[in-house]
Design a protein. Structure first.
Length: 364
């Protein structure tokens, strides 16, 4: 394995390994990290001696807590003289995600620990995602004045019922059983067996048959049952409360559920209270995003999300959300507009306006 650096590359037998080595930053990914990962994957895709890839995070706390939004904030505020980063970062991140999705060999992300935002992008869009008892998954973007991206238009819409809407709007955190239930993980492996799994993949004598079939069989040998997913029990209430066509409808349904005194009343009250702390613009744009993108494939999803990022980069709430969460850390964002009632349909639709020559495009 390469020594030092923030992206560690290694080889063992027919297995290539990639470790995100930024533990103090919870393995959040910078633009330079993406530029290190992309050519490594491209080389492994062409190398006949590489039969599978395992991607992990260093440090024991996180797989990857997201992209480096602080750097994007500084670029957008022109703090570092690199305003171009607000477009380049998302374009290169999304192109890498598309490459991961299309990777021609088993791509196995070990989502052991915190997995959020960009961490979901480089895991959920790959072939296999191994959760452990330490997995903590979320798409928390509405809390920083953004929207769930990195392909979430597609993968949130593939969740059961209205669960994807609930997760995208609320940013609720999931553990392994729920990650499997939603399709964000494909297997659960106990954390103390992960090293044995990686060793078995490295030792495997790939026999010339389907690499995906062989990887799947080996993953199945190590897979265990994480127990029942709490979201499954909540699903009827989620489907009732998140069926509305507007954010206001959803909040009203949550209020009614909370007032019902039923078994999910506490969940409904807590969820409603949490939504009211998010950026009103982010909530409205996210609901529209998940509605229009219900049947999008990954490239369509990423193209839409790139368009949205560029409009958010030109607006207020992303910078205010990052300031409150990461810069001043006062956890008291002042959203503009401050209330849902101040946002009309035309304001929402403006975030979906085409970018012309600046649209994200992919090579054939």
């Amino acid at each position: 394995m390469t020594e030092g650096g923030e992206i560690l590359l290694g080889r063992a037998g027919g297995l290539a390994t990639l470790t995100i080595n930024r533990p103090r930053a919870l393995n959040a990914l910078t633009l330079e990290n993406y530029r290190r990962i992309a050519p490594a994957l491209a080389a492994w895709a062409e190398d006949p001696e590489v039969h599978a890839v395992v991607v992990r995070g260093a440090g024991g706390r996180a797989f990857c807590a997201g992209g480096d939004v602080r750097a994007v904030y500084e670029a957008g505020r022109d703090i570092d003289g690199n305003r171009a980063l607000t477009s380049v970062f998302f374009a290169e991140e999304y192109r890498l995600i598309r490459d991961i999705h299309m990777f021609p060999k088993p791509y196995i992300a070990v989502v052991d620990g915190i997995t959020m935002g960009g961490g979901a992008g480089i895991s959920v869009n790959g072939a296999y995602r191994v959760a452990t008892e330490r997995t903590l998954f979320a798409m928390p973007e509405t809390a920083i004045g953004l929207f769930p991206d990195v392909g979430a238009t597609r993968f949130l819409n593939r969740c059961p019922g209205r669960v994807g809407r609930y997760l995208g709007l609320s940013g609720s955190r999931l553990q392994a059983a729920d990650a499997l239930y939603c399709g964000f993980a494909t297997h659960f492996v106990a954390q103390d067996r992960v090293e044995a799994l990686v060793a078995a993949l490295a030792a495997r004598k790939w026999d010339g048959g389907s690499e995906f079939g062989q990887a799947q069989a080996l993953l199945a040998e190590f897979a265990a049952d994480p127990g029942p997913p709490p979201l499954a029990a909540l699903r009827p209430a989620i489907d009732r409360c998140f069926a509305g066509g507007t954010v206001e409808d959803i909040l009203a349904a949550l209020a009614a559920e909370a007032a019902s005194g039923g078994p999910d009343a506490g969940w409904a009250a807590d969820t409603r209270a949490a939504l009211l702390t998010k950026s009103p613009t982010s909530l409205k744009v996210t609901l529209r995003q998940l509605t229009v993108g219900r049947d999008y494939d990954l490239e369509q999803a990423l193209a839409l999300e790139y368009r949205l990022t560029q409009h958010f980069m030109a607006a207020h709430d992303f910078y205010e959300g990052v300031r409150a969460a990461l810069i001043d850390k006062d956890q008291s964002p002042h959203w503009q507009p401050a209330a849902l009632a101040e946002i009309d349909d035309a304001m929402v639709e403006a975030y979906f306006a085409p970018l012309g020559e600046r649209e994200l495009r992919f090579d054939p």
